[in-house]
Design a protein around this ligand. Sequence first.
Ligand code: ASP
Ligand code: MG
Length: 449
Amino acid sequence: MIVLKFGGSNLRNKTDLEKILKVISMYKEPFIVVVSAVNGVTNKLINALNNINDLDVDDFLEELYWTYQSFLNEENLELKERVYVIRDLLLGTKLIGKVPDFVSDQIVSHGERCSSLLLTYYLNKNNIPCIEALPEQFGMVTDGKFKNASVDLINSEGNLKRFFDQNKNYVVPGFYGIHEGQVTILGRGGSDYSATSIAYCVDAKRVDLYKDVSGFMTCDPKYVDGVKPVRRLNYDEAAELSYFGAKILHHASVDPARKKNIPLYIFNINHFESIDKPDTVICFNDSVAKTIIKSISFTDDIAVIQFKGTNVGRVPGLLGQIASALGNEGVNIKSVVTSQTSINVLISRQDLDKCQKITKKMKIAEVEDIQYKTEISLIAAVGDGLLRKHGIAARIFTAVSKKNINVEMISAGASEVTIYFIVKLTDRDKALRAIHEEFFKGVENDENN
Ligand code: ASP
Ligand code: MG
């Protein structure tokens, strides 16, 4: 089987459905199509919950149904019923005026369940037989962490193998799995991760991810001119780029594919030519590019907590104490950089308030001062071979320093394929341009692959 995934940006209007139909009809093998919510719907559901006290539930659902109906130009009672499935849940939530996590995940994932029904109906109507299958039916199990769950691949695999008939076509809603009967979403953009997890479980031969952008680029074109396509990445490179901010892939989606060596193809549906011409292929390969660096990504969703003290680098167990205190409150540590006098913990900017509260309560004798760095950006240069080839770090930091940018912190060596560093937010764009120019100026489109 092959797994295909269409994102919300591929589902804006009726023409988009026609494009999807055209693409799907080119596949010869049985498929599982994973779909996201229609563009904008997830945000609308989240907004509805954020303003639950003022929500007019029936107006809201009516409008939602119209969105779906506009794709078909006809009344569809089954779809209407599906849209209204969350009516009681919304009314009940409004009544209690609070949104429990399990209700939130159930409602936020509703857009996907509407998409899967819409697409199943549309494909069947256009002579592509397929069956809708929901994660609660085929048993895609998660670790139960609301809002940001991980797929339990080991327990899901048997369920999916038993459920899916390798000779049939399916349409599946992405973005969520089930834990003890409850819906848990996989984090924003999680349908990519659904697709690769399903591929893992059914031993798919490939995952084709359809987007409205042309695969990975040497940098984000919104910030840097002259970016080039990146045709090939290995699993580590793609995972690191996504982890450090590349928005094209959900950060967890590479892992299930890597575990079974399943290639990921990324297509821009708007320039789709044929199934064997993807924009970016992610697979196992150890090809080092001429440019060494293949792509540069960044994230502003970062803050640093600095635990300072003359001896902090030497005291055994200190890092463990810090990590448990944060971990117990559900804070994910993105990275740690230590020295004799400072332990620097990198976290998501969104977790900062929480972390400040936790660290205030911490009593560690060796820590004399705790400082927080915000208004920063983390820039990651990624490419296999960058640690093996000498001089790459020097080129990165010379390029940056020539622009008078101060580098606040550096980490290299934690991953074979990444060097990252932190600059002030106000220096971010200059830094990105400086490194991009250093590695890619005058380079032909295919030399960075
Ligand atoms: N619809 C969800 C979101 O907007 C999941 C996805 O698009 O992959 O985050
Ligand atoms: Mg999306």
